[in-house]
Design a protein around this ligand. Structure first.
Ligand SMILES: Cc1cc2nc3c(=O)[nH]c(=O)nc-3n(C[C@H](O)[C@H](O)[C@H](O)COP(=O)(O)OP(=O)(O)OC[C@H]3O[C@@H](n4cnc5c(N)ncnc54)[C@H](O)[C@@H]3O)c2cc1C
Length: 290
């Protein structure tokens, strides 16, 4: 069933993948995707690279996931380095490949650039890309939001007004940056409702597989690392099990409090998201075939 219809009925479950940089990554990615498909997520998404050759792979990969694995696939797309006409061309390719869901993003400045600079014939904000897609295509359009504030924004309130613009420009739903403290997500959701934001707000949840990844996650996403998290995860080969335990507890609390959907950041590895999905099913969430 189309993503948007599901989002209106009940919480959705989705997984996120990225196109591998090296040819060796592709074999294991297909094996991972096949395992993930057995869990019957509502959809999977494929990220769009910061530049270079993986970008065209996003289009190929979403098409293959949808046609070969039979799972609804959403393509991420960013404004970085693209004119409007280039974006139109990519969107046409996606449409022709049968893709109907796009996550519209601004993207980050390429490595080495101090800040994001829009293409002279392109777009400056994620909300501009949302509008362009809605004005020109029939895609279901998702956008990003940041329960703990986007790193470039001065205040959470200022950043939240940009989510309202995305909604006003036609976005159908929004997916969050990863976060580890549900209280921040709930606070954001309450404030958003008070501002008239009615979009389904899907929570992005990342199971930590390796404690050494935490500083990088914080640097890239600006997420808050609760003081208790490193101690909970501990060290050694069992970290991933505790990462799964933490993420499962996070997901259960979100579901019990009416989250619109869960989007699990897989990092192209299936065991953790398969385990989280099984844990949630054991608690009665996401029954198969629902
Ligand atoms: C779920 C999710 C998936 C992602 N997938 C990818 C991916 O596949 N590829 C990738 O490269 N990156 C991805 N990112 C990262 C994303 O590209 C970066 O976080 C980027 O810096 C912001 O993108 P955005 O669409 O949220 O930008 P915007 O909404 O444009 O926001 C960026 C900054 O500009 C400010 N702003 C926005 N609109 C206005 C306005 N009208 N006036 C003034 N200020 C404004 C915002 O407050 C914010 O500080 C993803 C992020 C999320 C949360």
């Amino acid at each position: 069933m189309p993503l948007l219809e599901n989002l209106r009925r009940r919480p959705t479950l989705s997984y996120e993948f990225f196109p591998p940089k090296n040819p060796s990554g592709w074999g294991s990615l297909y094996a991972t995707l096949a395992e993930a498909a057995r869990q019957e997520p509502d959809f999977v998404s494929v990220t769009y690279g910061a530049g270079g050759s993986t970008r065209s792979k996003t289009v190929d990969l979403v098409g293959r996931i949808q046609s070969e694995l039979g799972i609804e696939a959403m393509a991420h797309l960013t404004c970085v380095g693209h004119s409007r006409e280039e974006l139109r061309g990519i969107l046409e390719q996606l449409w022709n490949a049968g893709i109907r869901d796009v996550l519209a993003l601004r993207g980050d400045a390429p490595k080495g650039d101090a800040s994001f600079r829009p293409h002279p014939e392109g777009f400056a904000h994620g909300s501009d890309l949302v509008k362009f897609i809605k004005d020109n295509f029939d895609f279901t359009v998702g956008c990003a939001f940041y329960p703990e504030k986007h790193v470039e924004a001065r205040t959470l309130e200022e950043d939240m007004t940009t989510l309202k613009i995305k909604q006003d420009n036609g976005a159908d739903f929004a997916v969050s940056q990863l976060f580890f403290d549900n209280a921040n997500f709930f606070r954001f959701r309450d404030k958003a409702a008070a501002m008239g934001i009615t979009l389904p707000l899907v929570a992005g949840v990342l199971p930590v597989l390796d404690i050494n990844q935490l500083p990088r996650f914080r640097e890239l996403s600006g997420c808050v690392i609760p003081d208790s998290l490193p101690a909970f995860l501990g060290e050694g080969p069992d970290v991933w099990e505790r990462g799964v335990e933490f993420a499962t507890a996070q997901c259960i609390e979100l579901l019990e409090n009416g989250v619109a959907g869960l989007h699990l950041y897989c990092l192209n590895k299936h065991p953790s998201v398969v385990k989280i999905t099984e844990n949630l099913r054991a608690r009665g969430f996401f029954p198969r075939g629902a």
